[in-house]
Design a protein around this ligand. Structure first.
Ligand code: ADP
Ligand code: MG
Length: 399
């Protein structure tokens, strides 16, 4: 990675202003239901404290729409953080994000102490990447650290603007994400295989176009495979098809051919007579999907072909489930691909999962620890795979 990290700074007596991604899910009672994102920030926070810094943390939570929403305050996050970080002795928390009270709290910090600012998105200036807010944030620390990979595709005051007013470096989570994703994209061990699925081709056109320039094989599954199949002249009954993208799908098939990339489409599918977990379902070849039926998963022949390709790969990136994995009868394809990736990892391949639903599917399969890297940033990892620069990364100091 060509960006400076927290290892490149002498932290003795310094105050670190750290953008983290504490956007955790809360239940109706405000209880955190999954603290993965808080845990993911701990290595950076611990390192800074160990090196003699004090730490000011900032994050967004939910979508408060530019105003204070009581249920989206970061109080429960501060409490959970303290449970996970007892060596901090205390995690202070302000009710504001910037301004005099925040400055006083930040200035009172001693080395080894931690302060959490209030939800950055309560301030309407955050998402507008307002200069004034960026300057106010910059007063709260000596060095800015961005460890919020999941927000790096947004140019907001706390992710991009503030970096113009302080020396800015990457935290460990940001570094790990960038090393994994750019490492695979720019310097892959071959064969390099990507698996793209999910509901809609329109969400993933940019990703496919960019990857076509880099990979050896592209495996297509999920609802979006339907539009490719229709582009090849098949009719798919009541399956989800994006009619406005059929031409684009045909174009991508042409581009793959011209680039010498193997683009594989499903040869069989699990079809159902309704979009429901208790619908009737059966396996058919993709050219035999009758009216009244819809494709909700890839079939066993496709699983066998794709698994073989995956097991022979040296680099695999996966984004997008192979079927409607939220319903048990249509989760088999996704689980089988996850299993094939786990086997590839065991044989020394680099395996990377990106995308919110894809990560959920891997967790559901209990295979998270069998992959080389699971990206914490859905939208950010997609934009990176599209070949776009992430504003939160561009803003960091070069090595
Ligand atoms: P990710 O979040 O990993 O990027 P997407 O959001 O693009 O993935 O797609 C995930 C969604 O795609 C899931 O909710 C899944 O149910 C849906 N999906 C997958 N296959 C199909 C299909 N054949 N028909 C309809 N929806 C599908
Ligand atoms: Mg999704």
């Amino acid at each position: 990675m060509n960006k400076q990290t927290i290892r490149d700074v002498d932290w003795t007596g310094k105050r670190a202003l750290v953008r983290v991604d504490f956007n955790v899910p809360l239940d109706q009672n405000g209880v955190i239901t999954d603290d993965t994102r808080i845990r993911a920030a701990l290595p950076t926070i611990r390192y800074l404290l160990d090196q003699g810094a004090s730490v000011v943390l900032m994050s967004h939570l939910g979508r408060p729409k530019k105003k204070v929403v009581e249920s989206m305050r970061l109080r429960p996050v501060a409490e959970r953080l303290f449970e996970l970080l007892p060596e901090a002795q205390e995690v202070k928390k302000t009710e504001v994000t910037t301004g005099q009270a925040a400055e006083a709290a930040a200035e009172a910090l001693k080395p080894g102490q931690v302060l959490l600012l209030e939800n950055t998105r309560f301030d309407p200036r955050e998402e507008a990447n307002d200069e004034e807010m960026a300057r106010e944030l910059a007063k709260l620390g000596d060095v800015y650290v961005n460890d919020a990979f999941g927000s790096a595709h947004r140019a907001h005051a706390s992710t991009e603007g503030v970096a113009r007013y302080l020396p800015a470096v990457a935290g460990f989570l940001m570094e790990a994400e960038l090393n994994a994703l750019y490492g695979a994209l720019e310097n892959p061990k071959r064969p390099f295989v990507t698996i793209i699925g999910g509901a809609k081709i329109s969400d993933k056109i940019g990703v496919i176009e960019n990857l076509l320039r880099k990979v050896n094989t592209l495996l297509i599954g999920g609802g979006m495979a339907n539009t490719f199949l229709v582009a090849q002249g098949l009719s798919l009954g009541d399956s989800l098809v994006e009619s406005e993208s059929i031409e684009i799908a045909g174009g991508l098939i042409e581009k793959a051919r011209a680039a010498g990339v193997d683009l594989l489409l499903p040869t069989d599918a699990v079809v159902a007579d309704a979009f429901s977990a208790d619908a009737q379902h059966k396996v058919v070849p993709v050219d035999q999907v009758a009216d009244g039926w819809r494709i909700l998963d890839i079939g066993p022949d496709t699983v066998a072909t794709y698994s073989e390709v995956i097991k022979q790969a040296k680099t695999v990136i996966w984004n997008g489930p192979m079927g409607v994995f939220e319903m048990a009868p249509f989760a088999k394809g996704t689980l089988a691909i996850a299993q094939a990736m786990a086997e590839a990892t065991a044989q020394g391949a680099t395996t990377i999962i990106g995308g919110g639903d894809s990560v959920a599917a891997i967790e559901q399969a209990g295979l998270s620890d069998k992959m080389s890297h699971i990206s914490t940033g859905g939208g950010a990892s997609l934009e990176l795979l599209e070949g776009r620069e992430l504003p939160g990364v561009v803003a960091l100091l070069d090595k």
